[in-house]
Design a protein around this ligand. Sequence first.
Ligand code: PLP
Length: 396
Amino acid sequence: MVKADAPGSEAPWSAPLAEALERLPTARRRQLRSWQPTATATLLCTTAGSRPLLDLASNDYLGLACDPALVAAASQCMASEGVGAGASRLVSGSRPVHGQLEAALADWLGRERVLLFPSGFQANLAAVLALADRHSLVLADRLIHHSLLVGVQASGARLQRFAHNQLADLEQRLQQARRDAPTRRLLVISESLFSMEGTSPDLPALNALCQRHNAALLLDEAHALGVLGPGGRGLGHGLSGVALISGTFGKAFGSGGAFLASDALVGDWLLQQSGPYRYTTALAPPLAAAALAALAQLQQYPNRGQELLERAGRWRDRLEAAGWPRPPGQGPILPLLVGHDSRALALQEQLEAAGLLSVAIRPPTVPEGSARLRLVLRHDLPAGSCNALIRALGAP
Ligand SMILES: Cc1ncc(COP(=O)(O)O)c(C=O)c1O
């Protein structure tokens, strides 16, 4: 017997959801596929009985997610402490490994305070709420991550978006904002490496601009940490004006969870006042242990990020020489801008047929008419990967 409130029943409240789904064009529908990491830098689709595909899609930039040192650290932690923390950090969920990771990160980044979060999405929510309220004006790069926008909405602040990485546009807006309200709380939000663009702002100039106009700067370093900046410390490293740095362990760190880094005052505000920090179960200790092991790897091999950048530069040259538009930026994210959704999807399929995994990114993740194939390099890709890619792409 089907219960009246069973999932799938057509209750009146669900009508707007059904309508929204019906309006979604087929080319915009997302599908879940499940992947099994196999040999170095390959992923096997578990639902299709297919062969392993070279991973040109994940954000595991340094190939650390399956690194034996990280796996051992997480396993040992799990054997002694169990899986979950069982409570918020402020109740009984704090473990020694949380404190060790926070101290090690603060030291590595040269910041006074680091606090851990279960995810980067949540850290970004907390970061915006710490630096803006309903009286604030937030000036955000037009392409910031969804989590930061959700934070702005939750804060009640007014939002203005400046053109992507265009500091002249930001400066005009800051000048206007200061003319309108000399003492208003201003917050500028940007990222060190935009995940769908591959681009970075001029961070020292951005930082100086914020300082000149007494605006707090929130910098999301999710895709930069481990790769960009000195020893992979991110582009905000050494810039004292940055109010909050947001980082995640789900990308180059090969683990999961996230952190915010700040001075002592902002750190204490988060500890005392932040809802997203307080009302959530602490980061699972094995993930914290794996992130700590990843940090040890970054410190042991500080040149890996630079090596990856040099390789990414060679790939950009090769793609351009083969007739493709040169992917913007310098980092390991190489978007091939192809415009139409169906063209991006066709390229994705073409690559899969040749044994390579790269994902078509379509609106609403990117602006209308700017669908792209998001090619991502990882440090452990075998030699010859670029040749295989150029062959698989065929003629532009
Ligand atoms: C720029 C940026 N910030 C934050 C996040 C969220 O990080 P997490 O995956 O740890 O929630 C992501 C990941 O999707 C991201 O790309």
